[in-house]
Design a protein around this ligand. Sequence first.
Ligand SMILES: Cc1cc2nc3c(=O)[nH]c(=O)nc-3n(C[C@H](O)[C@H](O)[C@H](O)COP(=O)(O)OP(=O)(O)OC[C@H]3O[C@@H](n4cnc5c(N)ncnc54)[C@H](O)[C@@H]3O)c2cc1C
Length: 485
Amino acid sequence: MSAKTLEEPVRRFQEFLGHGCVVTDPVRLRTYECDGLTHHRATPGVVVLPETAEQVAAVVRICAEHGVPFVARGAGTGLSGGALPRTDGVLIVTSKMRRIISIDLANRRAVVEPGVTNLAITEAVRDQGYYYAPDPSSQQVCSIGGNVAENSGGAHCLKYGFTVNHVRALEIVTPDGDIVELSENDPGYDLLGAFVGSEGTLGVTTKVTVRLTRAPQAVTTLLAAFDGTERGGRAVSAIIGGGILPAAIEMMDALAIEAAEAAVSCAYPEGAGAVLIVELDGPAPEVAHQFGEVTRICAENGAFELRTAAGAAERAAIWKGRKSAFAAVGRISPAYIVQDGVVPRTALPGVLADIDRLSREHGIRVANVFHAGDGNLHPLVLFDDGEPGAAERAELVSGRILDLCVEHGGSITGEHGVGVDKSRYMTKMFSDDDLDTMQLVRCAFDPLGLSNPGKVFPTPRLCGEVPGVRKGAHPLVESGQAEQF
Ligand SMILES: Cc1cc2nc3c(=O)[nH]c(=O)nc-3n(C[C@H](O)[C@H](O)[C@H](O)COP(=O)(O)OP(=O)(O)OC[C@H]3O[C@@H](n4cnc5c(N)ncnc54)[C@H](O)[C@@H]3O)c2cc1C
C-alpha cells in the first residue's frame, strides 16, 4: 500500500486523536523502526499515540475500512521483532495509556492500562505486602500489554507461572474495531487463554486485570559457584528431583559471568565456571528447611563457594549480574544474538555440551544464561560484525541451537515469542495441519489479516486459503483485497 493510500486514514486519525497524537514526521517515525531485535527495521507509515480504548477502537475501525495493516507496540523491548512496523501501515503505540485504573487488594487484583510497566504494578502495591509475580528482566521498562502479547516470563516463573497464569481479564479491541471483554470467568472456549501469547495478531489489548500475589513471609537467596555448567546442572536436577520448588534457579556460565563482571562488577566468586542463583521463598520454617537441603545438594555436587544474601541489598547484588546479562555481553562482543529456546531440564548437560561443540566448530563464542529450573536457555551468540562472514556463522550457530532444542523435545521459544524472527522455524515444530489449525483461530478473530501481519506464521496466506475457512466470509477477503498474514 502506498503512502498515498494512508492520506485519508491519517486525516481521520487526526480528527479522532488530535494532531499531537499522530506522528507523520519522517525523522520521528524512524524512532519506532525496530524493537529489541535491531537487525529487522522498517519505518512505520504512521504512528498513533492513543490515550483511550475508544481512540484505539476508532483507529482500528478506520484501518479495517481502508484495509490498512496495524501493529501494536508497548515499550519496544521485544526480542523477536513482534513490534516491527509496516511501512504501509499504522503503529499503535500505547505509551500514553499508563493509568493504574484500580487496585482491589481484597480480591487481589489490579486493573491497568496496557502501557503501564510491569514493575509499576508491583511498586503500586508493594507497601501493602503484594506484588505482580511475572518478572521479565526488562520489567522496569516493558509494558504489561507487551507482556500479555508475548506471555512473558522471568526468573520466578518456575514457581509462579507465566503471564497467562496472572491475567484474570482483558479488554481488547478486535481487528474490526469492537471493544470486547475476555475474562477467566467466561463460559465456553478459553478465549482469554488464546489471546495471551498471540503476539498482537488477534487485536489490541486496552485494559488488563492482573492477579496480585501476597509477598512471601521469607525469602532466601543463595549463590553457588561451580567449576562448570555440568556440575551446576546436576545440582539443579538434584534440587528439583528432591521435591524442592525454588522460586527461581538461574545459571550463568563462565563467559556470561565475564560479561556481567565487565558491565556491573557483580563480584561473583573468582574462578567460577558457572554460578547458580537459587531463591527460596514461602513460610519461614519451610524456607529454612529448604535452604539446608539446597546448600547440602550444591556442596555434594561440587559447589566450591556458597554465599547467602543477608538482606535486600545483598540479594539485589546477587541478582544484579544475572539481570544485566543480556546487555552486559555488549562489553565483551561488538554484536550478539539473544537466543531463546527450551529443552527438558534433564537434557541440559547434553545440550550445553553440544552448544560448546558448535561454538568451537564455527569459531563463534556463546555465553549461556538460563532459567535452569525449567530448561529455558538464553544462549548469547557473540560475533564481530566487522569480520566478513561472522554474522552468517553466528546466525547458523543460533539456528542450530534451536534445532537442538527441537531434537530434544523442547521448543523454539520459551518466552521471547516467534515474531518475525522465528516464524521460519515454526515448521520445525509444527506440521502444515497444525499451522492451518492455528490459522483458523487467527481467521476467526481477524478475517482481514490486518492485525500484525507477517508475524508468527511462516507462510503468508489469505484467510480464504486456509482449509476450513469459508471463502466469501468477508467481502474484502473474497475480492482479494484482504492483507496477507
Ligand atoms: C534486556 C531485556 C531483557 C528481557 N528479559 C526478558 C525476560 O526475562 N523474560 C521475557 O519473557 N522477556 C524478556 N525480554 C523481552 C521483552 O521485554 C518482553 O517480550 C516484553 O513482554 C515486551 O514488552 P514491550 O512492552 O516492550 O512490547 P513490544 O516489544 O512493544 O511488543 C511485543 C509484542 O507485543 C505486541 N503488543 C504490544 N502491546 C500490545 C497491545 N497493547 N496489544 C496487543 N499486542 C501488543 C506487539 O505487537 C509485539 O508483537 C527482555 C528484553 C530485553 C531487551
